[in-house]
Design a protein around this ligand. Structure first.
Ligand code: GLP
Length: 266
């Protein structure tokens, strides 16, 4: 796993945006996997800026979101569809027909989940999956104990996640207890994963993800099995990493290599 430690959440957003933007420029018809939550908000803001100021073109991009609460209408202010519309889609030139968010009102969740997986495959698979992380180490809504081979399905949220997400609702009782979520197995099939984390409250989850054992108790740790994961995190989220200095050295060596400062041969 490549770990990039930045000095601030703003810098995390800028660095993350360079990964997304360079993919969109290189492959205009790429497939993006998108996430909700407060963490990727800065990334979306930066991508909107690149669209407005530098003409970053999303017209051929297809997107698939990780998850959605069960029971919320797409127009509900706390639904993930609404989040994506208001924080990203309506500010860029993505074709609304190419944006996919699981439907929390599906009557047959199993059939809907299978169709979601099929659509991802038909689109050619996800090129880059943006991920946040829950304080219990979950990715999407794959709570502790989720199978590391899981596919899109219904999942019951832990009380920790319900508490964490209650800040977006008027009352904790309004937080849905069920969600439709891509599985860990679905996420691991993405060609690249871009994991973002900011703040001290994520430091333990990040330590367990990057340096802990691979375990279904911390579903983000399954990313250790993926060949191309870039974790962009701020200093606070990196606070508990044992090999933090080494990750910096790796980035410095990488930059020196790119700048042609490392000479080969005589
Ligand atoms: C929810 C989402 C996750 C997200 C997590 C963290 O549980 N399902 O995809 O990573 O929240 O959110 P935040 O970035 O607000 O801390």
């Amino acid at each position: 796993m490549r770990v990039i430690v930045e000095s601030s959440p703003e810098q995390v957003a800028r660095t993350a945006a360079t990964f997304v933007a360079s993919l969109v420029r290189r492959k205009p018809a790429c497939v993006l996997g998108l996430a909700t939550g407060s963490t990727p908000l800065g990334l979306y803001k930066e991508l909107i800026r690149l669209h407005r100021e530098e003409g970053l073109n999303f017209s051929q991009v297809t997107s698939f979101n990780l998850d959605e609460y069960v029971g919320l209408e797409p127009s509900h202010p706390q639904s993930y569809r609404y989040f994506m519309q208001t924080n990203f889609f309506q500010h860029i030139n993505i074709d609304a027909r190419n944006t996919h968010v699981p439907d929390g009102r599906a009557l047959d969740f199993e059939a809907h989940a299978e169709q979601y997986e099929r659509r991802i495959k038909e689109a050619g698979g996800i090129d880059l999956q943006v991920l946040g992380i829950g304080s219990d180490g979950h990715i999407a809504f794959n709570e502790p104990g989720s199978s590391l081979g899981s596919r899109t399905r219904l999942k019951t949220l832990t009380s920790e996640t319900v508490r964490d997400n209650a800040r977006f609702f008027e009352h904790i009782d309004e937080v849905p207890r069920l969600a439709l979520t891509m599985g860990v197995g679905t996420i691991l099939e993405s060609r690249r994963c871009l994991l973002l984390a900011c703040g001290k409250h994520k430091a333990e989850a990040i330590r367990a993800t990057v340096e802990g054992p691979v375990t279904a108790q911390v579903t983000a740790s399954a990313l250790q099995l993926h060949r191309d994961v870039v974790a962009v995190i701020d200093d606070d989220a990196a606070g508990n990493l044992y090999r933090r200095d080494y990750y910096r050295e790796v980035e410095q060596a990488q930059q020196a290599l790119q700048a042609g400062k490392i000479k080969f041969g005589g």
